[in-house]
Design a protein around this ligand. Structure first.
Ligand code: M6R
Length: 352
């Protein structure tokens, strides 16, 4: 059942601390700053291609960045586009990210990869799923069953699992910091669930014409995911952009009726550039909701702030997404939408 929650989606949003703990349990050792993902630790890929759809594609974009940061060439592909114009695979590892493990587009991209001689790995929630049976290897995200059509806890768990995969198969300078950030993540997710101003933000902007989401680097996939969730459950127009792309077109759509959610953490060059993008939309009178850790000037130019604790940018992506899930959820609830079963959508998409 829904354990007292109005919708499965809200229940599943609140299950995220536990889902993350389950994903990390027994796989991370903080003392030795090491990750144990069993045999997968021996994969040592020289290149990685991710294939996925929808929310899982956003996780794949994030995953590709983790490998790039470790010096391994990596790319994320929409599974349905993979067959066209794929670069040569060589001995790359092809990773299918799929919560259900039954998504036809993703299965078919993985079959294509296998037919070209690639090693394949499934990152999935479902033991015994088609993807797990067909791939050479599987990494389970252990989120527990997700009933709501909108993916919520499985996205958070995918991001955590992809961190384990990257840490377990590559070496980076900041392994210790990432492991510490992963350890803190479930508790930080809980405090966001307990204190997020998302519902108030949803009330303020429920009548908007459209919603925009911007982010850079690790926060770019979060912007895409924020927009997908918003359109899926509220039926409102929403778009996610790389912050730097705004002035290459989308800025023409920005008015006082289009709230812009800007995810910006830290105080580096990237964060400063995103703050610059926030000023651009603020100058067009768009309401700005900054999802920020207060390390930069974003809040100064924002109408509303959704607060993040200070942490590694990788973990901040998971945390920022919790606020955005809640904004979409509460907006959809205010609009009276059938949140767990949006029109025209199915939980698992088994046709191409
Ligand atoms: O089961 P999968 O992760 O392969 O599903 C992929 C997409 O169909 C899925 O993420 C979809 O975008 C969700 N409904 C988004 O909330």
């Amino acid at each position: 059942g829904k354990s007292g929650y109005d919708h499965y989606m809200l229940k599943e949003i609140h299950e995220q601390p536990r889902a993350l703990r389950q994903c990390l349990r027994g796989r991370v050792d903080e003392l030795s700053a090491s990750v144990d993902i069993g045999d997968l630790g021996d994969l040592s890929p020289t290149g990685v291609q991710f294939v996925a759809c929808g929310t899982s594609y956003h996780a794949a974009l994030y995953g590709a960045q983790l490998f790039q940061a470790a010096g391994i060439p990596a790319q994320a592909f929409l599974a349905s586009e993979y067959a066209t114009g794929v670069p040569p695979i060589g001995d790359a590892l092809v990773v299918g990210v799929t919560q259900s493990g039954e998504t036809a587009d993703t299965l078919s991209a993985l079959r294509e990869a296998r037919s070209r001689g690639a090693r394949t790995l499934a990152v999935t929630n479902v033991v015994g799923s088609t993807v797990a049976r067909e791939c050479d290897h599987a990494l389970y995200i252990r989120a527990g069953p997700e009933i709501g059509v909108a993916a919520s806890k499985t996205f958070a768990s995918q991001l955590a699992a992809l961190n384990l995969l990257a840490l377990g198969t590559t070496s980076t300078d900041d392994t210790r910091e990432v492991i510490a950030a992963l350890r803190d993540l479930p508790g930080q997710v809980q405090s966001i669930l307990d204190s997020s101003a998302a519902e108030a933000v949803a009330e303020l902007y429920q009548d908007a014409d459209a919603y925009f989401f911007i982010g850079r680097g690790q926060q770019f996939p979060v912007a895409l995911e924020g927009a997908l969730k918003m359109k899926e459950i509220t039926y409102k127009h929403a778009e996610g952009f790389a912050a730097g792309e705004l002035k290459h077109g989308p800025l023409a759509l920005v008015t006082e009726k289009t709230p812009v959610f800007a995810v910006v953490t830290g105080d580096d060059e990237r964060a400063r550039k995103t703050v610059g993008n926030i000023k651009e939309v603020e100058a067009r009178d768009a309401p700005v909701v900054a999802v920020t850790d207060g390390q930069n000037d974003a809040a100064r130019y924002a109408d509303e702030v959704l607060e993040l604790p200070e942490t590694h940018p990788r973990a901040a992506a998971v945390l920022a997404n919790i606020h955005l899930q809640l904004v979409s959820y509460h907006t959809a609830a205010l609009l009276g939408r059938p949140i767990d079963k949006p029109r025209n959508l199915a939980k698992s998409v088994t046709v191409e």
